[in-house]
Ligand binder design. Structure first.
Ligand SMILES: Cc1cc2nc3c(=O)[nH]c(=O)nc-3n(C[C@H](O)[C@H](O)[C@H](O)COP(=O)(O)OP(=O)(O)OC[C@H]3O[C@@H](n4cnc5c(N)ncnc54)[C@H](O)[C@@H]3O)c2cc1C
Length: 437
């Protein structure tokens, strides 16, 4: 770990990263062995994990393996997915396995490998407070360090609606803890809420259970009008290119909001392979094994209330989007919420919060993800995966992870890397410099 001690004796870094998920792990990888940008990345978890409570066997990544920590920004970087395979002697095996998509657990293991190989990363250390007095002073639960810049990558935390928050427990839980909490469900009635990829994976796993582990009934409730697939087609994927992220950044707040609403399925839809498997399992249960009551499919409904059941368990009340006057009630022994994640609070920034500009409920960032503030221009707080409203659907996704980190790394080193050619699509009405419209 390369660092300079300050006069106060505290270690000093050019870059102090808070959180080591894929976002800051990407930046840590790009900054590894860069004596010009000394760095330290801290995570409060004891060791690396990546949605481990939801790593069901057979699940795959929803993006290309090129969208790893570094490749799209710096293909020669030693922290690529290919380097991981090579380092572990499994390059040929991976090739011959001909996966249609990278197994999610293998990607998680790749991320863990990258975190282990990087001496600038420390686990088991939570950042408690960031103050500023010419440099940032970062107080953790173990020590105090100083830094010229702080890069926040604290990700998101599981979200459920307010009306059930005090009812969560062993028989009502978030999909994020599915592996540890979904036990002994054989013969029970389970309601899964949420029509995205997580809901689909949980539902599929439940109806795939063997013999006496199979629930009696599994009902899947979704607000969306149907179980919609992710749009992974070529021109839609152009939304996940740097040039689109920059175009999006310059749009009005209203236009950005409308875009995110309209195109949510380009990131939050269900993989087609998962949908096919669900449909095929439903067919086999109904028509081959004559298990007609197992599968209940209820899209186009909003869960409005969960109350105690008359004979134990839960009553899940929902409103149909096309018939809002009528209420449906599902009896359940177990309720699983697959309702996504919301940004983690950044309470450790409280001492400087009134110096940081806001854009609605986000910190307002510039083109390099630096938060606008009233402090010096060369001392900044950067945020990763906390600007969906300003940067678009790619922000919480892995697609632009490496590129975003490169932007930040460049700003820290005061250089400018070459970027890839823009999309075939002319997003802007303003012709690019040097081109005839
Ligand atoms: C099950 C699942 C599958 C996904 N699959 C895909 C996919 O296939 N493709 C895709 O593009 N996206 C996918 N995503 C979305 C996205 O890739 C992930 O959400 C990703 O983990 C975001 O990375 P992050 O680094 O921003 O945050 P996180 O992974 O949430 O990491 C944040 C880290 O910050 C730490 N932290 C928080 N506060 C502090 C503090 N005060 N001090 C120190 N450390 C702190 C936390 O411990 C955590 O380790 C998936 C999401 C889920 C839930």
């Amino acid at each position: 770990m390369v660092h300079e001690p300050t006069r106060s004796g505290a270690e000093h870094y050019r870059c102090l990263g808070v959180g080591v998920g894929p976002a800051n792990l990407s930046l840590a990888s790009l900054l590894h062995n860069r004596p010009d940008v000394t760095s330290l990345f801290l995570d409060r978890k004891e060791s690396f994990s990546w949605h481990d409570g939801q790593q069901l066997p057979g699940n795959t990544l929803q993006v290309s393996l090129f969208k790893d920590l570094v490749t799209l920004a710096d293909p020669r970087n030693p922290f690529s997915f290919l380097s991981y395979l090579h380092d572990n002697g499994r390059l040929y095996h991976f090739l011959n396995a001909q996966f249609d998509a990278v197994p999610r657990v293998e990607y998680r293991n790749y991320l863990a490998w990258a975190s282990r190989c990087n001496k600038n990363i420390v686990f088991g250390e939570a950042v408690k407070e960031v103050t500023f007095d010419g440099v940032f002073t970062v107080r953790t639960d173990r020590r105090t360090v100083t830094a010229d810049n702080v890069v926040v990558g604290v990700g998101s935390r599981p979200w459920v609606p307010g009306h059930v928050r005090d009812k969560m427990g062993p028989t009502q839980f978030h999909a994020n803890e599915y592996l540890e909490s979904a036990r002994d469900l054989g013969g029970k009635r389970v309601v899964v809420i949420g029509g995205g990829q997580s809901g689909a994976e949980v539902f599929l796993d439940l109806i795939n259970q063997p013999g006496d582990k199979l629930p009696r009934r599994v009902s899947w409730v979704s607000r969306r009008g149907n179980y919609f697939p992710i749009d992974d087609s070529p021109f839609t994927n152009d939304y996940y290119m740097p040039c689109y992220a920059d175009y999006f950044f310059d749009l009005s707040r209203e236009a950005r909001h409308t875009f995110n609403e309209r195109n949510v399925l380009s990131s939050d839809g269900i993989s087609e392979s998962t949908l096919k498997e669900i449909y095929q399992r439903a067919y086999v249960h109904r028509f081959v094994e004559n298990n007609v009551d197992l599968v209940g499919l209820y899209p186009n409904r909003e869960v409005t209330e969960v109350s105690n059941g008359v004979y134990g368990g839960w009553q899940v009340a929902s409103r149909h989007n096309d018939h809002p006057e009528s209420t449906e009630v599902f009896e359940a022994d177990v309720v699983i919420w697959a309702t996504g994640f919301r940004p983690t609070r950044m309470d450790f920034l409280d001492p400087i919060a009134d110096r940081l500009e806001r854009d609605g409920d986000e910190l307002r960032i510039d083109e390099d993800y630096a938060v606008y503030w009233d402090g010096p221009d060369d001392r900044r707080v950067f945020v990763q995966n906390a600007a969906r409203g300003q940067r678009g659907l790619a922000d919480p996704n892995l697609s632009l992870n490496a590129w975003r980190s490169q932007r930040i790394a460049d700003r820290l080193a005061m250089v400018s890397s070459n970027e890839q050619l823009p999309s075939f699509i002319e997003w802007s009405s303003k012709p690019r410099a040097g081109r005839t419209p």
